[in-house]
Design a binder for this molecule. Structure first.
Ligand code: CMC
Length: 434
């Protein structure tokens, strides 16, 4: 790579020919080589399954330095936002790029609050699901179905409709998530209560019943709000890339977010918190940890330490530190400080962080290591963990989708491949085949 000129270039040799490509620099972070003209110039593609070294887009929203353990939304460190802000302020920041003034914040909160109810017919739509449906299955279907109810916000070429769709999703996804939960436990749906803040309203819709007064615990609501902040965006992760990919064809935003929810469901992504808690419960006691670690290190076992490791963070995930703190706050408030699962988690973390296997591979706790224990203590069943992640990540998906649509020259996402199937061969009639 030649960095001597003002505009940097990278030279690639294919066969005996050299090709120059522009090198682009971001505000911070590694440079990228713009190889979009590679095929036209040299007749070859790059090969990078899993996007190990590929930037799929340009973005101004979230910055991660995985080696240093840094996460920033619009330039603000996650630690400062989580300590000082609330989730709706974070939503405003991600969507508009700046922190709101007091008046802007009030207006934004009011606009989101106005959209919290879902079309009454959605309740009948829910009746089609089995009662034992996984709430993520219900989320994929019901968020996608919003496109069938809100025709006045599906035109992606109209900026006003795009913004209304964004508001609707930030406001309605928690309502649908709470409905998915209530449906599986056979309780009546609770309408949103607009006098409550975002997290308190969500707890009310999940845990209140019509026949009793429900008082939201402010310590727990604040903890849930912080969990939402920590999960709000994470640059081009698998589900966000899915949302961008779906949106790149011009699909409506409700369909795109439903695609993101489907991707988030997998255990390597949003499903990891559920898997981490299950793993901790199965280990059961501190005495069983050495045996479990042995299994994780055994190449043939395919057992992973869930809640550990990350494609980008090769250091402690900054969200994991905040989540650990939140976990202690919640367990103290709910009187679960002596939860054996917490003891196992803390000991497991200590042992793994001093073990050569994990050190050499730079495997550290990620956000999901402590989130399962915290969500359980807040009263959510494991099947709802990924749903809560989806509630929080909705704003990140929308912000990224919106950024892409506002890009004047955005293109349909259409990767190429290394074809390793049969070369051309001749079709043989059925009666002539051996
Ligand atoms: N436990 C044990 N070994 C691991 C783990 C783990 N959790 N994660 C990675 N490794 C090993 C892996 O076997 C490989 O070893 P080797 O070099 O000997 O073959 C090495 O570390 C590199 O791992 P990789 O699979 O190539 O890394 P990746 O970047 O493809 O995978 C990951 C990242 C998050 C999918 C993976 O670390 C993992 O499966 N972790 C557990 C699931 C989890 O906690 N996911 C939540 C991620 S954070 C929330 C989110 O973004 O959704």
């Amino acid at each position: 790579m030649d960095a001597s000129n003002k505009s940097k270039t990278a030279t690639l040799t294919v066969g005996n020919k050299n090709y120059d490509f522009p090198v682009k620099s971001g505000t911070v972070g590694p440079d990228v080589i713009d190889i979009s003209s590679l095929y036209n110039q040299a007749g070859v593609f790059t090969y990078d399954p899993g996007f190990m070294a590929t930037a799929s887009c340009e973005s101004k929203i979230t910055y991660i330095d995985g080696d240093a353990g840094i996460l920033r939304y619009r330039g603000y460190p996650i630690e400062q936002i989580a300590e000082g802000g609330d989730f709706l302020e974070t939503c405003y920041l991600l969507l508009y790029g700046e922190l709101p003034t007091k008046a802007q914040k009030e207006d934004f909160d009011r606009r989101v609050t106005m959209h919290t109810m879902v079309h009454e017919q959605m309740a009948r739509f829910f009746q089609g699901f089995r009662r034992d449906a996984h709430p993520m299955a219900v989320m994929v279907a019901s968020v996608g179905a919003l496109a069938a109810f809100y025709h006045d916000s599906t035109d992606i070429n109209d900026p006003h409709q795009r913004m209304v769709a964004s508001m609707r999703m930030i406001a309605k996804v928690p309502t649908l998530a709470a409905m998915a939960y209530k449906y599986t436990i056979g309780q009546p749906f609770m309408y949103p209560k607009n006098s409550l803040d975002y997290a308190s309203n969500f707890m009310h819709m999940c845990f209140a019943v019509p026949c009793e007064e429900y008082k939201v615990n402010p310590v727990l609501a604040r903890a849930l709000d912080r969990i939402f902040i920590l999960h709000a965006d994470h640059e081009q992760n698998a589900s966000t890339s899915t949302v961008r990919g779906a949106g790149s064809s011009g699909a409506n935003p409700f369909a795109c977010i439903a695609a993101g929810i489907a991707c988030l469901w997998g255990p390597a992504h949003g499903g990891a918190n559920e898997a981490a808690l299950q793993m901790l419960s199965e280990i059961g006691s501190v005495d069983n940890i050495p045996e479990f670690i042995k299994e994780v290190k055994d190449k043939n076992s395919r057992v992973k330490l869930m809640g550990f490791g990350h494609r980008v963070y090769k250091n402690y995930d900054p969200r994991a530190k905040l989540m650990q703190k939140t976990c202690h706050e919640v367990l103290k408030e709910t009187g679960h400080q002596n939860d054996p699962v917490l003891k196992v988690a803390m000991e497991l973390e200590k042992i793994a962080l001093s073990d050569e296997y994990f050190i050499s591979r730079k495997l550290y706790p990620n956000v999901d290591f402590y989130s399962g224990i915290t969500l359980k203590a807040l009263g959510f069943p494991t099947s709802m963990f990924t749903v809560l992640f989806a509630v929080a990540r909705t704003v990140g998906w929308i912000s990224q989708w919106s950024e892409m649509i506002n890009e004047p020259n955005y293109k349909i996402a259409r990767p190429r491949q290394l074809y390793t199937g049969q070369a051309e061969r001749q079709y043989v009639q059925l009666d002539k085949r051996k």
